[in-house]
Design a protein around this ligand. Structure first.
Ligand code: NAD
Length: 501
């Protein structure tokens, strides 16, 4: 069953019906925004931007904090509306969408005035000048989001951009359009002025139109394939972008790990959101001496998981075929299924695979499903080598009771972020920069100073003393040349240079 059905076009706009992944009931219909719609929305956002820029940061913060209150009070209603088009199980919506959204809004709002305030670096050499850095909004920015975290991945970059004084256009995934639309509803209720945040529903047609619509930055979250197109367009248009793309996170389990915690963390990391998580635990390397015990613990935990209660259906109907193909490819090449392994309606059973190799798609391509493939390695060196043998580099984890060793291994793993004895933490740790290496992406979102990434850091250099002229201004004379030559030796040829920093 597809969850997205094309229906009759109206006024030149293609339309879709969105169906529930759980029981196929109609959730709603929407029309695909055309290039003309995108152009009109950009014009509206451009017109609204100067007034929003002129709105003091404190007032922007107040809007965001009102949104926190509205979302908290109406958490169940928001959750129900997200559930309608995602069909997620158990805690997933609460944890991934609501908790994360409240935290993002509160964190960035609370830090906005400090982060966006002018900075006054002392000048290391030109002390007669006053220097300030002002954080000026970029203008009109686009947020293109995927279906696996449709509310938070639309909201988090948008909140940052709004606080920084930009006006924002969100293009949510066509698979989960209404969760993206909820962001605009939330902020409208919180009192955001008209035109400051707009949502454009649609698919690649709308996203593609946005790329060439004269925006000032694009924050893209989605697949590597689309990410390349976004990167190319931003390169062509010479605008900045962040690309948050796919992952194949490795988990390295050392012989001295707490195996109970490692097994629990691995299973949660692999199965949460039915594995539809960019930083999902997608492959495990366990040292031989503890492999048997670790695998037994993982299998026992996975066998307790139930479809419906713990594992929801796939949010995108296309995903079940990908996961099934990865498991079948692995089995055909010699992998053994120790739990699960089968499709169940629109879901896939929580699955444990062993005897896997890097010749299998399940170890090299993003599976994005509830599958935990485990490879036994002879020692740690082999584990680190295998973990780094990937086209992706979003996240990774290492499990050991020796924290100093965990730290050393973390530095050798080629990944955007590494966890030690932790699972699925990185996107939610808002004070840390988040982003991938290799094919997992370009640029960083989040981090203590993330709001500055939505600004042009404008240096303003002002003369302090008002003398009539500077030592090197015209006309050039032999005296001026001599003075400058002498200064060169005094500054860098004497101990004075030690104080210049
Ligand atoms: P996708 O690339 O298919 O779609 C993402 C968005 O791009 C959608 O809104 C889509 O409509 C739009 N789009 C499609 N074609 C476009 C085009 N030509 N120009 C502009 N926009 C276009 O990705 P998806 O399947 O929705 O999302 C799943 C992927 O997202 C997975 O690979 C996952 O790992 C990744 N992801 C990454 C992160 C991260 O932070 N690194 C977070 C979540 C998801």
């Amino acid at each position: 069953m597809g969850y997205l059905e094309p229906i009759e076009s109206v006024e030149g706009r293609r339309r879709f019906r969105v169906l529930s992944p759980v029981d196929g009931h109609e959730v709603g219909t929407f029309a695909v925004s055309t290039a003309a719609d995108v152009k009109a929305a950009v014009a509206k956002a451009r017109a609204a931007q100067p007034a929003w820029d002129a709105t003091p940061v404190r007032e922007r913060v107040a809007v965001v904090l009102r949104a926190v209150e509205i979302l908290r009070k109406n958490a169940d209603a928001y959750s129900d509306r997200m559930y309608a088009e995602t069909g997620r199980a158990g805690l997933d919506t609460l944890m991934i969408e609501l908790f994360a959204a409240l935290d993002s809004m509160n964190f960035y709002a609370r830090n906005a005035e400090r982060v966006l305030a002018d900075k006054t670096p002392g000048m290391h050499l030109l002390r007669m000048k006053k220097a300030r850095i002002a954080y000026r909004p970029l203008g009109v920015v686009g947020v293109i989001s995927p279906w696996n975290g449709p509310f938070i991945l639309s909201l988090n970059p948008s909140v940052q951009a709004l606080l920084a004084g930009n006006t924002v256009l969100i293009k949510p995934s066509e698979v989960t359009p209404f969760s993206g639309q909820l962001v605009a509803e939330l902020f409208a209720e919180a009192g955001l002025p008209d035109g400051v945040l707009q949502v454009l529903l649609g698919d690649g047609e709308t996203g593609g139109a946005l790329l060439d619509a004269g925006l000032d930055k694009i924050a893209f979250t989605g697949s590597v394939r689309t990410g390349r197109k976004v990167g190319e367009a931003c390169g062509r248009n010479l605008i900045p972008c962040t690309l948050e793309l796919g992952g194949k996170d490795a988990m390295v389990v050392c012989a001295d790990a707490d195996l109970e915690r490692a097994a629990g963390g691995g299973v949660f990391g692999a199965m949460m959101n039915a594995g539809q998580f960019c930083s999902s635990t997608e492959r495990v390397y366990v040292e031989a001496p503890v492999a048997e015990e670790f695998i037994a613990k993982v299998v026992s935990k996975v066998k307790e998981l139930q479809i419906g209660r713990d594992i929801g259906p796939f949010i995108s109907s296309a995903q079940v075929a990908i996961v099934e193909a990865h498991v079948q490819d692995a089995v055909a090449k010699g992998a053994k299924v120790l739990a699960g392994g089968q499709r169940e309606g629109n879901a896939f059973q929580a699955t444990v695979l062993v005897d896997v190799t890097h010749d299998m798609d399940v170890m090299t391509e993003e599976t994005f499903g509830p599958v935990i493939p485990i490879m036994v390695v002879k020692d740690l060196e082999e584990g680190i080598r295998m973990a780094n043998d990937s086209q992706f580099g979003l996240g990774a984890s290492v499990w050991t009771k020796d924290k100093a060793k965990g730290d050393r291994i973390a530095r050798r793993l080629i990944a955007g972020a590494v966890m030690v004895n932790e699972s699925s933490m990185t996107y939610g740790a808002l004070e840390m920069p988040f982003g991938g290496r290799k094919a997992s992406g370009v640029g960083r979102v989040n981090g203590a100073d993330a709001l500055q990434n939505w600004c042009h850091a404008l240096p303003i250099i002002t003369d302090r003393f008002g003398s009539k002229e500077e030592a090197v201004w015209y006309p050039y004379t032999p005296e001026k040349t001599q003075k400058l030559r002498k200064a060169l030796d005094v500054i860098w040829g004497t101990p004075l240079r030690l104080f210049i920093k």
